[in-house]
Design a protein around this ligand. Structure first.
Ligand code: ATP
Length: 458
């Protein structure tokens, strides 16, 4: 069954609530480039921090790296990007639309969206021609072919060229990995679907270097580990699936590849959010040849030297953020109320704001008490103070922003020093002493849900 299309409502919600804005909007926007607003940057930072913790900090066999975007142009010759990082482009002479020849099946004819390009009587499709996806620019003051550099189309190559630097500096032994998070740029032919396919995006990549022959066992372990990571973000199990690359889909250097697909609903349906690839020793071998520098690993204990094989996990921070938004969006009826509510049901751990703090009225010392509490909580979590409008409206605004907890200060609070905590998902409420709010929120954040549960308060 196809899930409903959430993208249209998400684009407007994301703008309204300050998650994501179109780049350079006042000039009419830049094609498929987006800016993250105050809530969006917190959400994406939480995703990146979780990845970094899981891949680097919690492990002793993966090291971190932050390589530069601009690299020696020969890197991209060695990697095969100059000659081969291209998509087959097809134009329609009749309607001037552009398509990727390998994705024609997913595209709609602009004149008749129920048909594929080429199926309408007016269609005049050109033969496919190869279009390189790398952005080119010049280094230094002279715009000549000798000074061409590229904006990296993936972060991985920064890891390959630093393989021995990292290994020697850390004295890691194979098997071990190198991980980094960084911007990548692709001049995509058919970008779109909000932040699903953009021309500037962030990748979180890890290359795990292993002894040849042990590669498939590591490959399978990483596939499972990566699926578990997505489940830990709160993505529904039945929206996730593995897709194995067929012979035809497999990149020339890859021995095996699986995508982790997420069901975005609507016409997009299941699409790749992460790739897990067995790249063999292709990249190190290429860089060894093009740089004329030995990149072999020396296994002293066993008196062996070899070029390691690489298991790569490559995931887009923006695409995962979109999956989280799609997965979290709910429109629901509220008992006893005419208006329903829109909720972003994020796992509390990745929610941009953890708690809203609301004085019930603007008098009787309630705002002062609420501001004091908000200031104290801010030392531990991002919180949002709001005293404007009816309390129901304030709750709704935070539901839409995905804030898991709401703390209300009323007349009883100023008299007896306690507050109400309201939970986003079941709208249940509990009363706790003001001095315990931080501790109770901490327990909920650890339990990672936003439903009233008296056991977490006792
Ligand atoms: P596609 O077939 O969708 O173009 P790909 O197979 O080229 O993607 P990879 O090179 O394997 O993608 O990139 C790894 C990850 O980087 C993808 O799973 C995706 O999450 C992310 N990614 C790739 N291209 C884009 C893009 N244009 N916009 C946003 N994220 C992207």
């Amino acid at each position: 069954m196809t899930r409903p299309d959430a993208l249209e409502s998400l684009v407007s919600l994301a703008k309204r609530r300050g998650f994501i804005f179109q780049s350079s909007e006042i000039y009419g926007g830049t094609g498929s480039v987006w800016d993250y607003g105050p809530f969006g940057v917190e959400l994406k930072n939480n995703v990146k921090a979780r990845w970094w913790n899981a891949m680097v900090r919690e492990r002793d066999d993966v090291e971190g790296l932050d390589a530069a975007i601009l690299m020696h142009p020969k890197v991209w010759e060695a990697s095969g990007h100059v000659s081969g990082f291209s998509d087959p482009l097809i134009d329609c002479r009749a309607c001037k639309a552009r398509f990727r020849a390998d994705k024609l099946g997913d595209a709609a004819c602009p004149r008749k969206p129920s048909k594929q390009p080429g199926e309408h009587a007016d269609c005049q499709l050109t033969e496919p021609r190869q279009f390189n996806l790398m952005f080119k620019t010049f280094m230094g003051p002279v715009e000549e072919s000798a000074s061409v550099v590229y904006l990296r189309p993936e972060t991985a190559q920064g890891i390959f060229v630093n393989f021995l630097n990292v290994q020697q500096a850390t004295r890691q032994k194979v098997p071990f990995g190198i991980a980094q998070i960084g911007k990548a740029f692709r001049n995509e032919i058919t970008p779109g679907n909000f932040i699903f396919r953009t021309r500037e995006f962030e990748q979180m990549e890890m290359q795990f270097f292993v002894e040849p022959g042990t590669d498939m066992e590591h490959f399978e372990r990483w596939m499972q580990a990566r699926l578990d990571w997505h489940l830990g973000l709160g993505l529904d199990r039945d929206r996730l699936e593995f897709h194995q690359h067929t012979e035809k889909e497999l990149a020339h250097y890859a021995r095996a590849a699986f995508d982790i697909n997420f069901d975005f609903g609507g016409t997009l349906g299941f699409q790749e959010i992460e790739g897990v690839h067995n790249r063999s020793d292709f990249d190190l071998r290429q860089h060894q040849e093009y740089s004329s520098k030995k990149l072999e690993y020396v296994d002293q204990a066993n008196n062996k030297r070899y070029l390691p094989y690489v298991i790569e996990t490559s995931v887009g921070a923006d695409r995962v953020t979109l999956a989280i938004l799609v997965n979290a969006l709910r429109e629901e009826a509220v008992e006893g109320e005419q208006e329903g509510r829109t909720v972003l049901g994020f796992h509390p751990a990745i929610a941009p704001i953890k708690a809203g703090v609301f004085p019930l009225t603007k008098k009787d010392g309630q705002p002062e008490m609420a501001e004091r509490l908000a200031a104290a909580l801010r030392k531990r979590f991002p919180v949002f103070y709001d005293e404007a409008g009816a309390i129901g409206r304030r709750y709704r605004r935070q539901d839409e922003a995905g804030t898991p907890f709401g703390i209300t200060i009323d007349g009883d609070s100023t008299a007896n020093d306690n507050v109400t905590i309201r939970f986003r998902d079941d709208m249940g409420q509990i009363r706790v002493a003001t001095s315990r709010v931080a501790e109770v929120l901490g327990r909920y954040l650890e339990a990672d849900h936003a439903r009233a549960d008296s056991r977490l308060v006792e």
